[in-house]
Design a protein around this ligand. Structure first.
Ligand code: BGC
Length: 247
């Protein structure tokens, strides 16, 4: 069995598990430790090392997903994480905390890799867009099965406002929007996304996707729309996959 460790850093929890890469399933129980507050790079790196240790993992390397743009191991944005992450060589920082090399990527990109390999996007060769609706809106774009990283479509401006500030699942909760109210915002967003990308398939992921039976029928798009199937495991599985692929 080939396994890798995947870690998914979120605003409230840092989660990790060893993943069986042949089947895309957890090979160990999922470990979750609350995200330290303030979620500074040093504090988060130490918690990642703790999660890794608790899974029983012993190397040789791990994959880690962050809610930020990551290029060449460096964090470039911080919409939903502590601002002190911007400009940090997180790859080097986390590698020194855990003692092994690390592959780092955006959290929605990780979820997308997992859905493309083992979930709702399996076998899809066209333009596929995974959108995660949670604290923010994450996006992962694939063409011919290959990822175009860091698309950040949650920050597309709709009527002059960041889309995720109107249509993330967090906003639905905070503003107590009914599904018809929330989906009408999401539909406006989907129309804007479709105008620029013309995806063949849109996969709806993130925490709210477990409720998809309640709202999927209200979503409108030219593209086929399907729910993600790996739910909250996708980030961990995708991080583990990215680590394997980088080897
Ligand atoms: C961040 C993205 C992230 C998404 C979901 C957005 O605010 O800019 O990098 O993928 O939230 O966590």
């Amino acid at each position: 069995m080939t396994t890798s460790l995947g870690i998914d850093v979120g605003g409230s929890g840092i989660k990790g598990a060893l993943v069986d890469l042949a089947i895309g399933e957890f090979a160990t129980e999922r470990i979750r430790i609350r995200t330290p507050q303030p979620a500074t790079p040093d504090a988060v790196a130490a918690t990642i090392a703790e999660v890794a240790a608790q899974t029983g993992w012993s190397g040789p390397k791990l994959g880690c997903a962050l809610p930020a743009v990551v290029t060449a191991g460096v964090v470039r944005t911080a919409a939903n994480i502590d601002a002190s992450w911007v400009g940090v060589d997180a790859c080097a920082l986390i590698a020194s905390a855990v003692g092994t090399p690390v592959t780092l990527l955006n959290d929605a990109d990780a979820a997308g890799l997992a859905e493309m390999r083992f979930g709702a996007g399996r076998g899809e060769e066209g333009t596929v867009l995974l959108l995660t609706f949670g604290t923010g809106i994450g996006s992962a774009l694939f063409s011919g099965g290959s990822l175009v990283p860091n698309t950040e479509l949650g920050h597309l401006q709709i009527d002059g406002v960041d889309a995720e500030l109107r249509a993330a699942a967090r906003i639905q909760e905070e503003e107590q929007l009914t599904y018809p109210e929330w989906t009408s915002r999401v539909n406006k967003y989907l129309a804007a996304v479709e105008r620029i990308l013309w995806p063949d398939l849109i996969v709806i992921g993130g925490g709210i996707s477990k409720e998809h039976a309640e709202f999927l029928g209200m979503l409108e798009s030219r593209a086929r729309i399907v729910p993600a199937t790996l739910r909250n495991q996708a980030g961990i599985i995708g991080a583990a996959l990215a680590c394997q692929e980088a080897t």
